[in-house]
Write a protein that binds this ligand. Structure first.
Ligand SMILES: [Ca+2]
Ligand SMILES: [Ca+2]
Ligand SMILES: [Ca+2]
Ligand SMILES: [Ca+2]
Length: 275
C-alpha cells in the first residue's frame, strides 16, 4: 500500500493536501517549514534562544528570528509535521521527556506537549526521518547506548507507536539526519563515520538499503549536519553543514543520493551550533 503520489514527475508528498500550509513541492514530513511558504527553514537553539532563519528560495535566508528563550536545558530539536496540520513542528528532550512544540505559522509555536519519558540516553541521536513505514506520518529514530537504531512510527497526533528495533552497529556514526535523498517518497537516513557520508535509503516498512557512500571529507562537518528540506525550490531535499570556521554551507540535493558542490551561505554560525 502506498499513500504517496507516484514517483518521478509528480514529485513527492502526501496524496491529500493536509492543511493550509501544504504546498506541492515541499514535503512537510522532511526538514522544517515554520512559515508555511513551502521553503525549508533553518532553526537552532545553541544560544539558549530558538532562532529561525526562513528560507526564501535560491538558497537565501532571512535574518534570524528570535522565537523564544528557555531552550538552554533542551536537547537539540528536530523538525517534522507531527500533528499533520501542514506546519512544521519541533521535537526535543527536556528532563528526559520527549516534548513536541507544534508550529502555529509565522515561526510561532504552542507550549511544549509532553510525549513521554525515558529519552535521556536518546536525545543526542534523535532524528526526524520523514515517513519510513509508508503510513504518511513522520517518524522519529534514535540510537541507544548499545548502538542500536530504533524507530518510533508517528501516529499523526504528536503520538508515536512503541519503538521498532532496526539494527545495530551505529556506534561511531555522527548523529543521523533524515530526508528523502533519492526522491522516492520514503524517508532515508544519512550519517558520517570515519569522514564518509553514507545514506541508507528507506524501502518502506521501516526497512532500509545497505549504506551507500556519498563521499569523504565530512569529518569536520558532521557535528551540525542537517537536513533542511528544500531551500532552492527544486523539490529535492537539501543538506547544510557548518565548517570549523563557523561558515554555513548548503548542499543542494540532486536526487539519486547525490548533491551539488557546497554553496557558501555565510559566517558566524558556531554560536548557534556549538561543537
Ligand atoms: Ca519556510
Ligand atoms: Ca504541525
Ligand atoms: Ca510513518
Ligand atoms: Ca527515499
Amino acid at each position: 500500500m502506498s499513500i504517496w503520489n507516484g514517483k518521478g514527475n509528480n514529485k513527492f508528498g502526501p496524496a491529500e493536501p493536509t492543511g493550509p500550509g501544504w504546498t506541492p513541492h515541499f514535503p512537510a514530513e522532511f526538514g522544517a517549514d515554520f512559515d508555511s511558504d513551502g521553503v525549508g527553514d533553518i532553526f537552532a537553539t545553541g544560544t539558549g534562544t530558538l532562532n529561525v532563519w526562513n528560507g526564501k528560495g535560491s538558497n537565501n535566508f532571512t535574518p534570524a528570528d528570535p522565537v523564544g528563550t528557555g531552550w538552554a536545558d533542551v536537547s537539540r530539536p528536530v523538525a517534522a509535521d507531527f500533528n499533520r496540520d501542514g506546519i512544521g513542528d519541533l521535537a526535543a528532550v527536556r528532563d528526559g521527556t520527549l516534548h513536541i512544540w507544534n508550529g502555529k505559522g509565522d515561526n510561532k509555536f504552542t507550549p511544549a506537549e509532553a510525549v513521554g519519558p525515558g529519552w535521556e540516553d536518546l536525545a543526542a541521536t534523535l532524528v526526524s526521518l520523514g515517513d519510513v513505514n509508508g503510513d504518511g506520518h513522520p517518524d522519529l529514530a534514535a540510537v541507544d547506548t548499545e548502538g542500536v537504531l530504533h524507530i518510533w512510527n508517528g501516529q499523526g497526533n504528536n503520538n508515536f507507536h512503541p519503538p521498532v528495533r532496526v539494527g545495530s552497529g551505529w556506534t561511531g556514526f555522527s548523529r543521523p539526519i533524515g530526508g528523502d535523498f533519492n526522491r522516492d517518497g520514503i524517508g532515508d537516513i544519512a550519517a558520517v563515520k570515519d569522514g564518509t557520508l553514507s545514506i541508507w535509503n528507506g524501502r518502506g516498512h521501516n526497512k532500509f538499503t545497505p549504506a551507500e557512500a556519498v563521499g569523504p571529507g565530512w569529518t569536520d562537518l558532521a557535528h551540525a549536519l542537517m537536513s533542511l528540506g528544500d531551500v532552492n525550490n527544486d523539490g529535492q531535499t537539501d543538506l547544510a553543514a557548518i565548517d570549523p570556521e563557523g561558515v554555513l554551507h548548503v548542499y543542494n540535493g540532486r536526487g539519486g543520493n547525490n548533491f551539488d558542490p557546497p554553496v557558501r551561505i555565510g559566517p558566524n554560525w558556531n554560536e548557534h551550533f556549538p561543537r
